[in-house]
Design a binder for this molecule. Sequence first.
Ligand SMILES: [Zn+2]
Length: 423
Amino acid sequence: MSQPIKFTHTVAERFLRYVVIDTQSDPTSPTCPSTEKQKNLGRLLADELQAIGLVDAHLDEYGYVYATIPATTDKKVPVVCFCSHMDTSPDCTGKDVKPQIVRNYRGGDIVLPGDRTQLIRAAEHPALADQIGNDIITSDGTTLLGADDKAGVAEIMDAAHFLINNPQIKHGPIKILFTPDEEIGRGVDKVDLKKLGADFAYTMDGASAGDIEDETFSADSATITIEGVSTHPGYAKGKMEHAIKIAAAIVDRLPRNNCSPETTEGKQGFLHPVEISGALEQATLGFIVRDFDDEGLKEKETLLESIVKEVMRDFPRSTYRMEINQQYRNMKGVIDRHPEIMDYAIEAIRRAGLVPVKASIRGGTDGSRLSFMGLPCPNIFAGEHAIHSRLEWVSVQDMEKAVQTIVHLAMIWEERASGPVSA
Ligand SMILES: [Zn+2]
């Protein structure tokens, strides 16, 4: 690069403006967005984007915000989208968030002033060790903070503002997408990809500065229905086969030292019972199955069925049905078809002065669903930590690095584009 870019320091200000707006989503609501209040933030963001100069910025009836940063180059550059979600988790209240800033963090525990029993302990939050000298934003301890994912929202907003005010920076057309209801798994239900018109996308919704994720779990559900043999309990000897007891025996024989959420990490998958219901005659067991590839899923489903069969041997007149349903798939398969998506993002993180760290998500994201809808979409760090809790925190400096990463990434897509638009 010929001369260094002069970045601004306005992302924290935006962030503090957004976190005080309650946008908690609600899994029990059938509407989209699940809560009308999410539109309060959506409306503000659309207005701010309009004020920045993005003339097509708007909030739609489903609570999505769309906008375009027009290209500043003659080259034909793929259309890249940056995406964040506006809702916060239903697991922890997001009403009346009162953020505090701990400036120039010197290490040690952080006491939250609204509830002094709430302590962000350095020993339990090892990522704090990388934040010495930084300014850390937390809630007052009575609510979550909402860095997940208003940090991402603020970063994209700030990058948009920066690019519009620095037209000498060359980039292709850039799309902005803010979604509702990500936390309840419905963040892309009503997205209009045709209207968005992007070739590739990045969610800004990760943790530590430098992190980039192109892998999610692959996920199935497994439902086992057991038909036992019912009789009057007074005359049951040698006849009754109790469906509840069969179900309990299956759960009892699940592996104890592996293959469960509480015994796995990293790239290991698991089998996890999530529901049990029943009576004498019939019982149902619901499982979720997780792994990073299809063989791993298959292995775990085979293991589950072999446990079921083994148990059923003791109940010869009872029967079972096992049903597997696909929930979502690892996005890596889609993203790997376009290696430049990750290569450019890694280069952008480096140019922002960070060490890129490739990681995988032990869950699903909006990005995994977008990837399979035809919009390949890895996840870049936003700086959020201890999410879905009252101990949630983010540092101002990490958010600034995320803004720089977005700007560099926009530039790299332009630099690597082949040539001028044919006349
Ligand atoms: Zn999130």
